[in-house]
Write a protein of this length. Sequence first.
Length: 112
Amino acid sequence: MKIGGGSAPMLTPRGWLLLYHGVQPGTVVGVYRTFYAYLNATDPSVVVEMDDTTPVLESRPELTEFLKELSYLTGVVFTTGVVEDGDDLIVASGEDDLACRITRIPKARFGL
C-alpha cells in the first residue's frame, strides 16, 4: 500500500492526529481509504500510534452514482480537513473526484 497526505494535523491530548490516505492497487488509480496516526506532540517526527488496518473512511459509490459518466474513478475517498464538534470530529473529503463529502465520526473512534 502507498500512503499520502490528507488533512492538516490536529493537536489533541494524545498528540497530533493525522488523517492520511492509503492507496491499494486495484482500479485505474487504486483504492483510496482514510487511515489515522498520532504523532508526538513535541516532536512530530515520532509516530506514536498508527492504524493502517481499519479504514476511518472508505468510498461510498452511492454518493456519486448519478455522476459516473463524468469520471473514470471509483473507490476513491480523499480526506482534506477535520474539525472538532463536541464529541465528534467532522471530516471533509472528496468522493471519486466528483463530490465533496462531510462525515461525522465520534472522537472515541480515535481514542479521544
